[in-house]
Design a protein around this ligand. Structure first.
Ligand SMILES: [Zn+2]
Length: 376
């Protein structure tokens, strides 16, 4: 089993599938799944490739993943060629091995092995693999899930292969993610000579109290599943570079709110507008809502994942909802249980991305055990 996983992981790494390009990874997956009886569709939208596969009948478990990777960064800092997989001291190096080509290989080999032993298995196994998880995400999972909804497909369980483990494989799984709202704001003032502020309105001065209140505002206290919601400013600009005697007439500010299930988009918008009004600001605002929060508090998938990890590791995983959002969010209004379990995330998106060889096998064994128990 381990040799198979390593071989497949290496094949994936050799393909420089920098997001949103798949460049043939999904062809490999297509061939492997076809061989074991899956019905497969390629749903290609603009530059993005999506693969949707099903086998069996009844309750459905979908493996969710992506073949794209982030750029290599400073290539001089890599000890190895990022697209030439090499094993050094029991670690496999290559861009995307932990996020998440190694997980893909583990899923596929687990499924092959499970189907070989259980050709007439209960339930339906499915794969949804995209190539734009690391970029815009516009033409990937979100679009395929729309198609699934149109077809009135029931997806009971969604197992996401994102790298959730912190130090030991299976030590952390995600049973939810925070929502994310981006705000692009322009504050207007009145241009003038810096020596005559009474004849102008300085948008930089005008915004100070507003920003202070905004960043110190306590949105909520969090709950059993989520940390408190947080707001972070990502960008501020105003004025004309190197011009020292002009009060500018506008200011741009962008911020992001990672929010939990205690609040929602409406509450955030209401509160931000209230502050804008309080400080009498003239503004233009754009809201970009990229994710609703989701949580799987309990259910069969959670139970089976926890048990499978315990069986292998002799300890239960910690449940977490921290970090960025994931493609799992697109299933949040389909009545689907969503759990994320993947490799150790220490080196993801970094130079010298690598994974312990043994972890690839462990993950595959755990995935196979989940398949064994989810349809019982
Ligand atoms: Zn990823």
């Amino acid at each position: 089993m381990l040799n198979k996983i390593i071989k497949l992981s290496k094949k994936f790494i050799k393909i420089p599938s920098v997001s949103p390009y798949d460049l043939g990874c999904q062809k490999i997956i297509f061939k492997r799944l076809k061989k074991i009886g899956f019905t497969i569709e390629n749903i290609n939208i603009n530059k993005t490739n999506n693969l949707l596969a099903f086998k069996g009948k009844g309750k459905t478990l979908i493996f969710l993943g992506h073949t794209d990777v982030v750029p290599v960064g400073n290539i001089k800092k890599w000890k190895t060629n990022p697209f030439n997989p090499i094993i050094i001291n029991d670690f496999l190096f290559g861009r995307g091995i932990s996020d998440m080509k190694g997980s893909l290989a583990a899923m596929i080999v687990a499924t092959e092995s499970y189907i070989q032993e259980n050709p007439f298995h209960k339930g339906r196994i499915s794969f949804l693999i995209t190539s734009d998880e690391e970029s815009s995400g516009n033409d990937g999972t979100v679009k395929v899930v729309k198609i699934l909804k149109k077809r009135k497909e029931m997806i009971n369980y969604c197992l996401v292969g994102e790298p959730t483990s912190n130090t030991v494989l299976g030590d952390v799984i995600k049973n939810g993610r925070r929502g994310s709202l981006n705000v692009n704001l322009i504050i207007y003032g009145k241009q003038g000579h810096i020596a005559y502020p009474n004849l102008a309105e300085n948008p930089i001065h005008k915004i100070l109290n507003f920003v202070h209140q905004l960043v110190n505002f306590k949105w909520d206290k969090g709950n059993n599943y989520f940390q408190p919601s947080v707001l972070q400013i990502s960008y501020i600009s105003s004025g004309i570079k190197n011009i020292t005697n002009v009060i500018p007439d506008f200011l741009k500010i962008n911020f992001n709110i990672r929010y939990n299930t205690e609040i929602n988009k409406k509450i955030i918008i209401f509160q931000v507008k209230k502050f804008l009004l309080k400080y009498n600001l003239k503004y233009k605002i754009k809201w970009v809502h990229s994710a609703k929060p989701f949580i799987t508090k309990s259910g069969k998938l959670l139970k089976v994942v926890k048990k499978s990890i315990y069986k292998y590791n002799s300890f239960f995983p910690v449940l977490s909802t921290s970090g960025g959002t994931s493609d799992g969010r697109f299933f949040s209004d389909m009545n689907t249980e969503i759990i994320e379990l993947g490799l150790v995330n220490k080196t993801i998106h970094k130079v010298n991305e690598c994974v312990k060889i043994k972890d690839l096998l462990s993950l595959s064994i755990i995935y196979k055990n989940i398949l064994k128990n989810i349809f019982i």
